[in-house]
Design a protein around this ligand. Sequence first.
Ligand code: PEP
Ligand code: MG
Length: 572
Amino acid sequence: MTNNLKGIGASAGIAIAKAYRLEEPELTVEKREISDKEAEKQRFEQAIAKSKSELEKIKEHADRELGADKAEIFAAHLLVLSDPELLNPVTDKINTESVNAEFAMKETADMFVSMFESMDNEYMKERAADIRDVTKRVIAHLLGVQIPNPSLISEEVIIIAEDLTPSDTAQLNRQYVKGFTTNIGGRTSHSAIMARSMEIPAVVGTKQATTSIENDTIVIVDGLDGDVIINPSSEVISQYEEKKAKYEQQKAEWAKLVNEPTVTKDGQHVELAANIGTPNDVKGVLENGGEAVGLYRTEFLYMGRDQLPTEEEQFDAYKAVLERMEGKPVVVRTLDIGGDKELPYLHLPKEMNPFLGFRAIRLCLEEQDIFRTQLRALLRASTYGNLRIMFPMIATVTEFREAKAILLEEKEKLVANGVQVSDAIEIGIMVEIPSTAVMADQFAKEVDFFSIGTNDLIQYTMAADRMNERVSYLYQPYNPAILRLVSMVIDAAHKEGKWAGMCGEMAGDPIAIPLLLGLGLDEFSMSATSILPARTQIKGLSKAEAQSFKEKVLAMTTTEEVVAFVKETYQV
Ligand code: PEP
Ligand code: MG
């Protein structure tokens, strides 16, 4: 059977491989009376042994691929599996109550989990999470079901999932995971953003990937056009192999521009920067000819672990990025947690509208210990390169003033203690909330720069969730409403002699690029893999011509009109 799914091409490239479904299995535990207690205890011991050997492998992989701090979580899990306080009550239950091992395990684990969770102690709460995780693995073995683990994959696959969290995505092994496709998500969901920085082809928002694709079926993921082909014939496979080869050729053409500046036909320079999530991404930035880091999303440092990163860990990461960029500008965004980026260990209450809730700078201004630790790490790292600090989700000038005052306070304290801090750090904000775009003229008097975060600015302006493919038709970067806001922000910056960049996905979009050039954008920050195609495009554009269309475009009525104009004028 041949079948196609249509989704959103979230990361360019083509992958052809076997499907690997990443889903949590149903673990329903029933109580049974057993007659052979010795056999039951043996079954239990075997499940423990299997779980241990799996965890050893996961730990080794995490250590190799993600660093010792991520591997520590699994070391803690292994300790749980050797803890007699947890294991003895299980065998006691089998002995005294004649119950099956999975039931005895679950009852014992549930008892510890609820006891630890009710304690007002972060450490014990984290232990509860460890116990829950580990017992799930043991129970799965007892029930004979497999818990999928992407870090254990050892052959080439395409991941099929309902959704991937950013930390799931971070655990994917690039050697074997050739692509992925999900039911939900859009181009700006964080799994899509991570896929681009890891250069893994991806199609998201297919709605039906998990209901249409069985394990081991051959699948083609076409991240260029947003197509997923299930069980293709050999002719179709050859067609896609050809398309893939063409894309590789195109990439080789682009690569020739890697050391060239980004200059328009009429000699105007714009800066092409990259968005990164970890220090390891800097390699991709330089390989793709990035002139700066326009957005370092520091929240990934806080994710996929079970406690906050220390000041020292953060200092090391920021210093590494600054050093590796060798004096090129690096815009570091302070913690932007919330929305689809959760930190379970902060135990924040569930919210009705997480994208509109207690997140990013709102959280940092309230939980000042977290904020100040990050700022100190940044200030201390500032002497290793060209650091710019940016606050996310700023909605009012007062929030900016508060954040800046805290930053200056920490700087003063460090300097008073004899610590060297750069005096050239620019302090800017993300413009991703409409109120801030509207008030850009006032902000421009106080900030050093703006970086327009269109991923959020579009969702808040259009009231259309960036994760929800059912309202994705409203997610319109080229809507004149968005273009007018962007234009206001750029004009406000220039009036005060400041620069304006954009770090939302729109900055690397071939339809948006001529428009943004015409609106006067100074810096375009995008996924590293978009830099060379963008440079190729910009070299063929005239800034003066693009600017001559500014008023005409801002006076248009619909997205469709804008897109038709760009396509006709620039043959994009
Ligand atoms: C944005 O909102 O445009 C942005 C760059 O930030 P994030 O995608 O991390 O929310
Ligand atoms: Mg944002």
